[in-house]
Design a protein around this ligand. Structure first.
Ligand code: SF4
Ligand code: SF4
Length: 86
């Protein structure tokens, strides 16, 4: 599953630079996660980096984006190939 940021976000800015997929961006009011780019850090790290650094623990799994580890791995590989051709 991709992760999501809840409205408890305090816009502290620390998670955005930690994301290896550039999936985190500042939305209209708080930071948001693009579910097309979030791999739960699969392919890069053992643990989701944003969750590790968030001081208010407001980054749960996104229940609307259910994905297996295999699907996350395929997403990682697609993002890697897109990055090479960009
Ligand atoms: S879990 Fe990883 S890939 Fe997903 S938003 Fe957080 S840092 Fe980015
Ligand atoms: S680390 Fe947490 S509180 Fe800070 S901007 Fe990211 S989601 Fe929001």
């Amino acid at each position: 599953m991709a992760l999501m940021i809840t409205d408890e976000c305090i816009n502290c800015d620390v998670c955005e630079p930690e994301c290896p997929n550039q999936a985190i961006y500042l939305g209209a009011e708080i930071y948001e996660i693009d579910p097309r780019k979030c791999t739960e850090c699969v392919g890069h790290f053992d643990e989701p980096q944003c969750v590790q650094v968030c001081p208010v623990a407001c980054i749960p799994l996104n229940p609307e984006v259910v994905e297996s580890r295999e699907t996350l791995w395929q997403k990682f590989q697609r993002l890697q190939s897109e990055a090479k051709t960009a």
